[in-house]
Design a protein around this ligand. Structure first.
Ligand code: FEO
Ligand code: CA
Ligand code: CA
Length: 739
């Protein structure tokens, strides 16, 4: 991770303040102390590690927050939050305040997008350049993921064939019919990334409306494709459309989920569920079997009607008439004689990590094709070591998909810090892409996605043309190699203390995870016995691994399961000793604080939501292997019968209430996602995404029946419809968050 966040002086001042404060002394004797130990000078480390200084109290000194179904943000006593920005707020002077009634025009490229997700804070110096040191100026990049709640952006929901709201066609599928242009422009441009400049005012940060650094990436922003030099021509061939027949450039970014930060100071925005925005019109010529296989494997225009791929789910953006291809680009139909004459290949231009320079508003962002094309959740960098390659760990978030890593050919040189996109060209175009296989004995292998591998070259389900094809269709290549299908890989995080890599596996369903379809790394198949009664692995887990010899470019690793999500009152699924103070389900966001070493866990849950809204927890992990072997007993109904089974796996040490505490519960219907912090650890930025997501579209109803009215119900902006937002959490006594 980028080491802009906290200098060694800052660590020292936290430690000294903490030692000077009797009320804080317990904190350092506990797990946070342990997490800081790896970062302390030797003498202090050994003093704190003596038997007299062993933990005696809670390492996280706040009182755990109880489960909540309230429509607000719940925090521990002694904490408060303020809202930095919310969906629709202007980021350019001259734009009106957000109406929260859907009355905006086509001005969303000047407003904060919707569905706040991954984010990162970058300090800047007095000239507005990237700064490794903390200053009173910064830019905050926030991903805007989804248009799933787009009905809130229009006066009376989405218009569909004269009927308001979502509509299902005669085949029982969502079909919005022909869409009005303004609705589609709003829905397109709510996606992407927002960049706003922040100024420090006392102990607060505010965003500046007049900053030249403020900008948006949207689905209309210009993009370049970066690729390995040896495969650039082949890669360009996959990207050719009528927009750029050379295949060197494209337009826009979509469904921006998690993120990454590069050690040289750029931002990666990761394209996750991009496949669902496309459609294939009925006037398409026949699509070849190889392309049909690729569409199916990636879920593009999926849900075929009676085997006909030409109809299916989409936003209907392609139905708007245009002269400039802003809308027809979403139609993958074969309409002309060559790929560069229509948009049949437009879906090839999405599904990447997109690198942007947060402090260069005129720079063109680059899609890093060498890191593979799939449903990118997030991308986290290994601890940079000068002279060693870097690794980026990446999850593909769909059921039974894989964990990947990209290893740079270039070795890390700290003189590249601040090098922007040009440094990205050096590190992110040339390298090797791997998928993970988790073995039953607790070992793991990184399998290289290389066209030279006979398993890939001879793969029957998809005949790869070349290495560019392997990168564009990485899921097939990982299939060919026998990578381990996981319970929906979400975020990764690297423990700054020891370099161990953690991955959230949010959940899986009864179709894909039964007692007969488990593996050691995804060992559970059970029924949530109350509440939502979901089957499969409804509560998810967090896996972790350590690279062989601690080397990011190693081909081997060791793994165990850090935590299993569960409701505390179900002994079958509660394998990590969770209690009412730290039970959780469906982990998604995952992030280590550089200031405190705390591992923050965020949930996007639909299984435990009868008991609590989504939440955020603070954990003080130990290390790989601190637990031991475990045999998981499984049972669930499959096809009218109770299927049973067991699976041997490895589990980490039970953390207990002292080292795993619920810190935040979100408003109704929201997931908690995205984390960033000020360098001193005193402000934690957190995203609240899609409050009120279960609110039915208006249809013919006179007014909304809102699941949530947050943040308007807290006095922020116009009251009424719920909005996603970035909040800033602080301790009322000005201390470091989480200690
Ligand atoms: Fe965008 Fe998988 O969460
Ligand atoms: Ca329960
Ligand atoms: Ca997520």
């Amino acid at each position: 991770m980028m080491k802009k966040t906290l200098s060694s002086e800052c660590f020292q001042s936290i430690i000294q303040r903490t030692l000077a404060s009797p009320s804080r002394r317990n904190v350092l004797r506990g797990g946070v102390g342990l997490s800081l130990l790896g970062l302390m000078p030797g003498a202090l480390q050994s003093a704190l590690a003596t038997p007299q200084a062993k933990p005696s109290g809670s390492p996280l000194s706040f009182d755990a927050v109880g489960k909540s179904l309230l429509d607000g943000v719940q925090l521990p006593d002694g904490y408060r939050y303020t809202i930095l920005h919310a969906t629709g707020d202007p980021l350019q002077a001259g734009l009106s305040e957000y109406s929260n009634a859907g009355t905006e025009t086509d001005d969303w490229s000047g407003r904060i997008g919707d569905h706040h997700d991954g984010m990162a804070l970058f300090y800047i110096d007095a000239e507005g350049r990237y700064s490794e040191q903390a200053t009173d100026r910064a830019v905050l990049c926030v991903n805007h993921e989804s248009s799933a709640d787009a009905h809130f952006l229009h006066p009376r929901g989405q218009t569909s064939a004269g009927v308001n709201g979502k509509k299902f066609n005669q085949f029982g599928q969502w079909d919005l019919g022909k869409r009005p242009q303004l609705e589609v422009l709003k829905e397109m441009n709510l996606h992407g990334v927002s960049v706003v400049e922040l100024s420090r005012k006392g102990d607060q940060w505010v965003y500046r409306m007049d900053s030249p650094l403020n900008r948006r990436l949207t689905p209309e922003s210009p993009m370049l494709f970066g690729a390995p030099a040896a495969h650039l021509n082949d890669m360009n061939a996959f990207m050719k459309t009528v927009f750029d027949p050379s295949g060197r450039s494209g337009r826009g970014t979509l469904n921006n989920c998690g993120h990454g930060i590069t050690p040289w100071g750029t931002y990666l925005t990761c394209e996750e569920n991009w496949a669902r925005y496309f459609q294939i019109s009925a006037n398409s010529a026949t699509i070849g079997p190889k392309q049909v296989a690729a569409f199916k494997r990636y879920g593009v225009a999926s849900q075929p009607l009676k085997g006909d791929l030409k109809k299916g789910f989409s936003q209907g953006w392609h139905t708007v008439s245009d002269q400039d291809h802003r809308f027809s680009r979403w139609n993958l139909a074969v309409l002309k004689s060559a790929p560069e004459a229509d948009f049949r290949q437009e879906a090839n231009t999405f599904g990447f990590n997109v690198e942007m320079d947060p402090v260069e508003p005129t720079s063109v962002s680059v899609k890093r094709t060498a890191m593979g094309r799939f449903a990118h959740e997030a991308a986290v960098c290994s601890k940079p070591v000068a002279g060693e390659p870097l690794a980026f760990y990446m999850g593909c978030d769909s059921r039974n998909e894989y964990i990947y890593k990209f290893v740079t050919d270039a070795v890390w040189n700290p003189s590249d810090i601040g090098g922007g996109i040009r440094a990205g060209d050096k590190y992110l175009n040339e390298g090797r892409l791997y998928a993970a296989r988790f073995n039953p004995d607790g070992s793991g292998d990184w399998l290289e996605l290389n066209i030279q591998d006979p398993k890939i070259r001879g793969f029957d389900a998809y005949r790869f043309a070349n290495q560019a094809d392997v990168l564009v269709h990485a899921r097939f290549a990982a299939d060919a190699l026998g990578a381990t299908p996981m319970d929906r890989p979400e975020w990764a995080a690297v423990n700054p203390r020891n370099g161990e890599v953690y991955f959230t596996l949010t959940n899986n369903n009864a179709v894909n995870r039964t007692p007969a379809r488990i593996n050691a790394a995804n060992p559970r198949a059970y029924v949530d016995p109350d509440g939502k009664k979901r089957s499969g692995n409804p509560h998810g887990h967090i896996i972790r691994f350590r690279e062989q010899d601690g080397l990011a470019h190693s081909h081997d690793f060791k793994w165990d399961i850090f935590l299993f999500g569960a409701e505390e009152d179900d002994p079958r699924s509660n394998l990590s000793g969770l209690t009412a103070k730290n039970s959780f389900s469906s982990p998604d966001g995952l992030w280590f604080s550089q200031a405190t070493g705390i591992c923050w866990i965020q949930t996007d849950d639909g299984a435990m939501t009868d008991e609590s809204n989504c939440m955020m927890l603070a954990a003080i992990p130990g290390e790989l292997g601190d637990g031991g072997p475990l045999t998981v007993k499984n049972a669930m109904q499959v096809g009218g019968e109770i299927a049973e089974g067991s699976q041997d796996t490895f589990i980490g040490a039970t953390l207990g209430e002292a080292r795993l505490k619920r810190f935040l519960v979100a408003p109704r219907g929201a997931e908690v996602t995205g984390l960033a912090e000020s360098a001193d650890g005193k402000i934690l930025f957190v995203n609240i995404q899609h409050p009120g997501e279960k609110t039915p579209p208006l249809g013919s109803a006179p007014q909304y029946s809102l699941e949530s009215a947050w943040p308007g119900n807290q006095g922020y902006g116009q009251p009424g419809r719920p909005r996603s937002a970035t909040i800033m959490i602080q301790r009322e006594d000005g201390g470091v968050v989480g200690l």
